[in-house]
Design a binder for this molecule. Structure first.
Ligand code: K1U
Ligand code: ZN
Length: 201
């Protein structure tokens, strides 16, 4: 009888430990403990010209995409990333222009509702590595979007943040910043990147 009680207790304890472990793994998964670095498409990949679709519902799948995109942007490193660049054609973009990389801004279904002035900025792009060119964009913008919590917000931006928001929204529309440059410059950049890609393959 004593042995039976001991054996039953051991089996019960093992089951409990297994359940706790499983729960921990599931919770970690739900809380996005496992994030992924996604592959960034390089210009002139035709998938960069695809137009992103609006997000119907900000659910766990979208929040997972947001977390993976943030991880990818920080690892690159970059100050912004649009879902188009990781071959996900949904209106999702992440930005962090802070020095300490601790101010993530998430924009879902972003829309510029107001803009004024103009500014020149030497832009870079994670999809066009090593190329920096001057682009003229609006100086101040007002953008409306949903956050990662699905709640709508309105933001007024200027300077680098305004540049970055416009650059990322262009990606969602299937536009890469080099398209603001002359045909000659675009051809040179394409050749440069194709050559570089051949060398690394
Ligand atoms: O969308 C992207 O390709 C990201 C891009 C955002 C951007 C930069 C500059 C002007 C407009 C938009 C980049 O992040 S390129 C890399 C970059 O600018 C950077 C990288 C590390 C530290 C600081 C800046
Ligand atoms: Zn870019």
């Amino acid at each position: 009888m004593y042995l039976y009680i001991v054996m039953t207790s051991v089996v019960w304890c093992e089951t409990l430990v297994r359940e706790v472990r499983l729960n921990f793994a599931c919770n970690s998964f739900n809380n996005q403990a496992f994030m992924a670095i996604l592959t960034i498409l390089y210009y002139p990949d035709p998938r960069l010209y695809q137009v992103a679709q609006p997000v119907a519902q900000v659910n766990a799948t979208i929040r997972r995409l947001v977390n993976d995109m943030a991880e990818t942007m920080y690892a690159a490193p970059g100050i912004g990333l649009a879902a188009t660049q990781v071959d996900m054609h949904l209106q999702v973009m992440v930005i962090d222009i802070s020095e300490d990389k601790n101010r993530l801004q998430v924009f879902i279904n972003p829309k510029i509702v107001n803009s004024c002035g103009s500014q020149d900025y030497e832009e870079g792009c994670l999809s066009v590595p090593g190329i920096y060119e001057n682009v003229t964009r609006a100086e101040k913008i007002t953008v409306e979007a949903l956050g990662a919590d699905g709640k709508p917000f309105k933001l007024e931006a200027e300077g680098l943040l305004a540049v970055c928001i416009q650059h990322e929204i262009d990606h969602l529309k299937g536009k890469v910043f080099v398209e603001y440059l002359s045909q000659l410059k675009q051809a040179r950049i394409k050749n440069k990147l194709k050559k570089r890609l051949r060398v690394t393959m």
